[in-house]
Design a binder for this molecule. Structure first.
Ligand code: NAD
Length: 503
């Protein structure tokens, strides 16, 4: 139960906090303590109308700002984000549970997209063809869409909004953020930084809510595009409903990322990397490694070393010095993860390291799950088929690289994958034949830098354009081609033709 002094997190509209009409609230929990640390006010469809009205007016003004002025706001925002990193990381750690250092890391990754968006003068440059036809020039420009929305998941309260809004905003749009109800405060903090940076009121808004607000966003005629990051089931709904309403949609979904380990790989290096990639952020990253496919005789050495690495992980409350990973997000999430480990065990897997029933002294009520290693999970088990989204790695044995590639390609998800090997030919075959959007060679979590776009294949992304980078610019702008003739004082020499003629 919350106390009467629990702070209320409200919406952010028109450059300030906005209470709106909603009376319903949800508790905000600290997953390390299971304590309620705030209340979230949920918006209504009337609040959504208000947000879109304010954003529409703001977009008309902001879209006419010079690129130089827009870029100046981005630089000011960047400076404020750096100065406020610790404060923002504390908010992330308290609501999400990840370690303070990892929270700072996610802000740094988001900052890279801000850096990228600061190149707007180059990114938004059009193209020009002189004398495309006799006396005729052609040029193409990219213009903003108007009001765009971002719907974000719990696992990156700052980084994922920053995958979207810097590019959307610098391109001249107004941006409406609908954060996850589980981690709502960081969105408001970002909104305040945008205002301090000199962004005109209404260009960045935050509207809190659940499924009804998401549906309202998808159906709203005043919103031109929707960027979504979350689970696959919801991503599919977003894509279908949003495109039906005539919107541009990019919807990034879940993952089950496999790493292939060749027998020639340096097993110490592999185990160290896999432990960080599987257990970091308690496995609640869409690019976490959840399955290691050991080829040939790699398996026994790999299991021993990953178990050793898993035992060394310091599981603690996120702000504890030296903590490697914190709790998972909710009680339901902890129960689900433990249930899936048990399912895997019942289906025939060996639990080589068991994180069930894990407690941290002083935080006995927290939603902790310890690092877990499952050996030989049957492919038919729900423990293999489902995205566990917890600190669990499954180690599977195959005989050849081809079998390993086939296994990855048979998986419905296609977000990230990696190979560990010293053999360049094996790595090249892997990178060419694997049906996955983001591929690492001896890099376990191959999240692209901000000037390359981020996105998976298959059930990990619905839509054509990936997020941030060059695809981000394309997504948040619309192309226009202008064909121009300026008759000189003699006028146009020939009579207009009724036919298509050679230019
Ligand atoms: P989620 O799908 O439950 O929620 C995401 C957003 O959708 C939230 O804002 C939530 O309020 C809203 N939402 C939830 N259910 C809805 C419904 N039925 N209808 C409409 N809106 C709904 O995801 P989550 O649990 O917050 O985040 C974890 C998931 O996100 C994992 O599957 C993870 O792999 C995925 N993820 C993917 C990427 C990627 O880049 N592909 C990145 C981060 C997270």
């Amino acid at each position: 139960m919350s106390t009467p002094t629990t702070p209320i997190v409200e919406h952010y509209v028109g450059g300030k906090t906005y209470s709106g009409e909603g009376t319903e609230t949800l508790p905000i929990e600290n997953p390390a303590t299971a304590q309620v640390i705030g209340e979230l006010r949920l918006g209504t469809l009337a609040d959504l109308d208000k947000v879109v009205e304010v954003a529409t007016e703001a977009a008309a003004v902001w879209g006419d700002y010079s690129i130089a002025k827009r870029t100046a706001v981005l630089f000011a925002f960047r400076k404020l984000l750096v100065e406020n990193t610790d404060a923002l990381a504390q908010i992330i750690s308290a609501e999400h549970g990840k370690t303070f250092d990892d929270a700072k890391g996610e802000i740094a990754r988001g900052l890279e997209v801000v850096d990228f968006a600061c190149s707007a003068p180059t990114l938004l440059k059009g193209e020009f063809s002189d004398q495309a036809s006799t006396g005729i020039d052609v040029h193409s420009i990219r213009q903003p869409l108007g009001v765009v929305a971002g719907i974000t998941p719990f696992n990156f309260p700052v980084m994922v909004p920053l995958w979207m809004c810097p590019t959307a905003i610098v391109a001249g749009n107004a941006f409406v953020l609908k954060p996850s109800e589980k981690v709502p405060s960081a969105g408001n903090f970002l909104a305040d930084l945008w205002t301090q940076a000199g962004l005109p009121d209404g260009v960045f808004s935050v509207l809190h809510g659940g499924r009804d607000i998401v549906t309202g966003i998808l159906d709203h005629p005043g919103i031109s595009a929707v960027s979504f990051v979350g689970s696959t089931a919801v991503a599919k709904i977003i894509q279908e409903r949003g495109t039906l309403a005539g919107k541009r949609v990019q919807a990034l979904g879940g993952a089950k990322n496999h790493a292939i380990v060749m027998p020639d790989a340096d097993m110490d290096m592999v185990a160290d990397n896999l432990a960080a990639a599987a257990f970091g952020a308690a496995g609640e990253r869409c690019m976490s490694i959840s399955v290691a496919i050991a080829v040939g005789d790699a398996a026994d050495r790999l299991v021993t070393k990953v178990v050793e690495a898993g035992k060394k992980v310091s599981v603690n409350v996120g702000i504890a010095p030296g903590a490697d990973m914190g709790p998972v997000i909710t009680k339901e999430s902890k129960e689900r993860i433990e249930r899936l480990i048990t399912t895997g065990e019942k289906d025939g897997a060996k639990v080589a390291l068991d994180g069930r029933g894990y407690t941290v002294p002083g935080y006995e009520e927290g939603y902790f799950v310890g690092p877990t290693v499952l050996e030989n999970v049957p492919l038919a088990s729900a423990a293999y088929a489902e995205e566990i989204f917890g600190p669990v790695i499954e180690i599977i044995r195959v005989e050849t690289l081809q079998e390993a590639i086939d296994l990855v390609n048979a998986n419905p998800y296609g977000n990230g994958t990696a190979i560990f090997t010293k053999n360049g030919a094996a790595a090249r075959t892997f990178q060419r034949k694997i049906n996955v959007g983001m591929v690492g060679v001896n890099v376990p979590v191959p999240v692209p830098v901000a000037y390359h776009s981020f996105g998976g294949w298959k059930d990990s992304l619905f839509g054509d354009l990936h997020m941030y980078g060059p695809d981000g610019i394309r997504f948040y702008t619309r192309g226009k081609v202008i064909t121009t003739r300026w008759p000189d004082e003699k006028g146009v020499a020939t009579r207009a033709s009724f036919n298509f003629e050679a230019r």
